[in-house]
Design a protein around this ligand. Structure first.
Ligand SMILES: NC(=O)C1=CN([C@@H]2O[C@H](COP(=O)(O)OP(=O)(O)OC[C@H]3O[C@@H](n4cnc5c(N)ncnc54)[C@H](OP(=O)(O)O)[C@@H]3O)[C@@H](O)[C@H]2O)C=CC1
Ligand SMILES: CC(C)(CO)C(=O)C(=O)O
Length: 306
């Protein structure tokens, strides 16, 4: 039976564990112990309680385990490399990894460093935690899976099939880098502003913020062009990016974006994975990133108060 280890028992990790457990051997691996009895609130509002196999990183190190077919890393972006380092000695170096992070920080680094296959997943599923024993599946989405160098299409296909069978619709793709950067562009236009101003996504449409959104998108669109990332929905340039951002703002108007949730909970944000690659790319291509840099500086100040 295919064995999935899920490293990082947070919102996405628990959603994955609940979904995969009925069809595959699944273990949820964290740095602290959690109850084995875990509840999922489904999209329909039903509560489903399951006994999940829950292990700590320390327990993995002290026991003998059948090597997993996949290790999913479901930590926040800035924790992915250290989380992997914590279990690297306990798995064969050929083990396929699946990176679920937003942004583009962990993906290139781990792809370069890990000897085995590294798949990246980008998902629009939505989930949030309720204490140590609960997760709410808050929004149905779609997951795309692929590897940065297009060398593991069979593995991506097998994973997409398993996820789909588990109830999380997924497709294997050959352009995962494009998709990761496109999502990053949208996250860069929305997340820092709502996190800094403490507003829900829909409020960005107001006079107080819409000009700032446009200024961010102007810089982001130029960076996307330099990076060779296709404009969304068959459109061209800045206007296409702006249209996509406003569409997502509209669709998620009532959302508290993940970065705002992190700021409110006094956690570090994923700014390094979202703004970081954009600012770095702008520097590499000699492009302006003044607005992005200012947002990054403001978030750094907020984080310093954590
Ligand atoms: N939630 C969502 O709807 C979506 C999330 N994403 C992306 O998925 C990723 C995960 O997000 P999300 O699930 O919301 O995050 P959470 O903060 O809910 O979960 C992160 C988990 O990682 C664990 N963790 C941190 N460090 C380690 C470590 N060294 N070893 C093992 N576990 C560790 C944390 O454990 P601890 O409790 O000990 O801190 C926590 O359980 C992010 O990149 C996010 O942007 C993408 C789309 C949607
Ligand atoms: C698209 C958006 C901004 C929706 O809230 C998101 O992905 C997030 O909150 O991180």
């Amino acid at each position: 039976m295919t064995t999935h280890w899920i490293l990082g028992p947070g919102a996405i990790g628990r959603l994955l564990a609940h979904s995969l457990a009925p069809i595959a051997a699944t273990a949820l691996v964290g740095r602290r112990s959690l109850p084995e009895q875990q509840a999922l609130t489904t999209l329909e509002g039903e509560q489903r309680v399951q006994q999940l196999k829950v292990l700590t990183v320390a327990q993995l190190g002290s026991g003998t385990h059948e090597p997993p077919a996949f290790v999913h890393i479901t930590t926040k972006a800035m924790a992915a490399e250290s989380a992997l380092a914590g279990i690297a000695e306990t798995i064969p170096p050929t083990t396929p990894l699946v990176l679920w992070q937003n942004g583009f920080l962990a993906q290139p680094r781990i792809t370069q460093a890990w000897p085995g296959p590294v798949l990246c997943a980008t998902t629009t599923e939505g989930a949030y935690l309720v204490g140590d024993a609960g997760v709410v599946h808050a929004g149905r989405g779609h997951t795309y899976v692929g590897d940065l160098h297009n060398q593991h299409s069979d593995l991506a296909e097998a994973l997409a099939q398993a996820l789909t069978q588990a109830g999380l619709a997924a497709t294997a793709v050959s352009d995962i880098r494009q998709r990761l950067w496109q999502k990053l562009a949208v996250n860069a236009a929305i997340n820092p502003l709502v996190a800094i101003h403490g507003v829900r996504n829909g409020e960005l449409r107001g006079e107080a913020y819409s000009g700032h959104v446009e200024a961010v998108v102007k810089e982001v669109a130029a960076i996307m062009y330099a990076e060779g990332i296709q404009s969304p929905n068959g459109g061209e340039g800045e206007n296409a990016w702006l249209a996509l951002v406003w569409q997502v703002v509209k669709n998620t108007a009532n959302n508290k974006a993940s970065m705002l949730q992190d700021v409110e909970a006094k956690r570090l944000t994923e700014r390094g994975a979202i703004l970081g690659p954009l600012i770095e790319s702008a520097q590499r291509y000699g492009l302006v990133s003044k607005v992005l840099q200012e947002l990054d500086d403001e978030l750094a100040v907020l984080e310093a108060g954590c």
